[in-house]
Design a protein around this ligand. Structure first.
Ligand code: 5GP
Length: 195
């Protein structure tokens, strides 16, 4: 086993808090980290690749995998839209001797912590405010206004999960958040755990 053991990092946030940007930055900076590709039933976006961004599955195929016990955790993140962490993905990344990184919703992160305990660090990315979040989602131009309203409503609920995670990282000024994120990850890499 590598000196990093079987450490995992779950990054979670209300949507639009900058989670994906922070995860991508960390992945580019730390060669010790590798992404766990989740399975989902949502439609593929034009810029996405199957097997790279997600494994895009039909609802039937997803539910079959649930039955087979193929997931560490899975959630209906949006009504009728399912997302899940595949055990095979976690194993694939761990077999590379790398720290597994999850980009995951709040409930999923809570469940990963339950499954992996101290070997998993859960990091909550917090937007400075709901208003900032709305601005960011609007500027992203990936959803219409109705979808943004839904995401905002969900974000307010997700903010209430903050105290369930190991670390909170406020993403007010991105450059600062990225520096803080790297410091936190380095400390976790060096941490001795009872693995
Ligand atoms: P998106 O569709 O925008 O890529 O992701 C929607 C939400 O689903 C995000 O909060 C993302 O982190 C979450 N998500 C992605 N993969 C998983 C997973 O494997 N399990 C859970 N529970 N949530 C996930």
């Amino acid at each position: 086993m590598s000196k990093l053991g079987k450490k995992t990092i779950a990054v979670t946030a209300p949507s639009g808090a900058g989670k994906t940007t922070i995860v991508r930055h960390l992945m580019a900076y730390f060669p010790e980290m590798a992404f766990s590709v989740s399975a989902t039933t949502r439609k593929k976006r034009p810029n996405e690749k199957d097997g790279q961004d997600y494994f895009f599955l039909s609802e039937t195929a997803f539910k079959q995998k649930v039955k087979e016990g193929a997931f560490v955790e899975w959630e209906e993140v949006y009504p009728n839209v399912f997302y899940g962490t595949l055990k095979s993905e976690v194993e694939r990344v761990q077999n590379l001797g790398k720290v597994v990184v999850f980009d995951i919703d709040v409930k999923g992160a809570v469940n990963l912590k339950k499954a992996f305990k101290s070997s998993c660090m859960t990091m909550f990315i917090k937007p400075p405010s709901i208003e900032t979040l709305r601005e960011r989602l609007t500027n992203r131009h990936t959803e219409d206004e109705k979808a943004i309203d839904k995401r905002i409503e969900k974000a307010a609920y997700e903010m209430s999960f903050e105290d369930k995670f190991d670390i909170t990282l406020t993403n007010d000024i991105l450059e600062k958040a990225l520096i803080n994120a790297k410091t936190i990850v380095k400390a976790f890499f060096n941490l001795k755990l009872p693995l």
